[in-house]
Design a protein around this ligand. Sequence first.
Ligand code: NAP
Length: 260
Amino acid sequence: MFTSIAGYSVLVTGGSKGIGKGIARVFALAGANVVITGRDEASAKAAADEITALGGGTVTYVLGDVSSKADCDRMAAVAIERNGGIDVLCANAGIFPDSKLAVMTEADMDKVFGTNVKGTMFSVQACMPALEKSGRGRVILTSSITGPVTGFPGWSHYGASKAAQLGFMRTAAMELAPKGITVNAVLPGNIATEGLAEMGPEYRAAMEATVPLHRLGEVEDIGNAALFFATKEAAYVTGQALIIDGGQILPESLSALEAM
Ligand code: NAP
């Protein structure tokens, strides 16, 4: 049994939808007071209301763009003011527009790197003083298998950004260790989010067929892994990347999958 995180103050960037919303739900149900962020107010409010209705810790939202340093500073200040500090930052906000390398523009690259890489770094910078003050500060990044482990045509900029998060993580983990803060990452495989539902059942079935556990990940699968990194019992784990993908990266070939 892990020590309870009830009463922790948790900031989840991109907590208004998808994986971030799942992370926020897992932490709130464990009794944490969560602030979620996003740019669109309707979805942020809907997510906060939906999770609040389940009981557990408080869930509120603040709007902001993680690619803006000023917005990240403001979002951290709001979480500190509302919940008395920040114990855990889940730097999860990310985008994944597709573009083949042959037609990719500099603007495409800047957008993906601005959100996924600079957004991660700005979020961590904004929360660092509060995380140090907490005495049990944790940073949990949402990276991906795409980039650090696998490739997918159309997502070279995205894959580079997700690998960059891990490069950042390793040095940040060293710089923040003397402050008592750990920095780790979750690497999701294919996760069932609202966006996937729009692709239809056939697309989903095709994706499930490539996963040894024969199902897509649920957002709670990622939330539970993030929760582990936040526990007292994970205090000695830092600079690590945890893949949560149902075994998706394991088959070395199509015939390996067929042989199962
Ligand atoms: P999603 O459903 O599109 O949600 C993305 C969240 O990030 C939303 O809350 C969105 O809110 C927010 N966001 C996006 N850009 C932002 C910005 N510039 N500033 C502030 N918030 C921003 O995406 P998801 O699938 O849950 O992905 C979440 C993370 O998981 C990403 O880092 C992604 O790379 C990673 N991931 C996802 C999968 C998967 O299968 N879904 C797999 C591997 C990794 P607004 O749009 O309102 O701003």
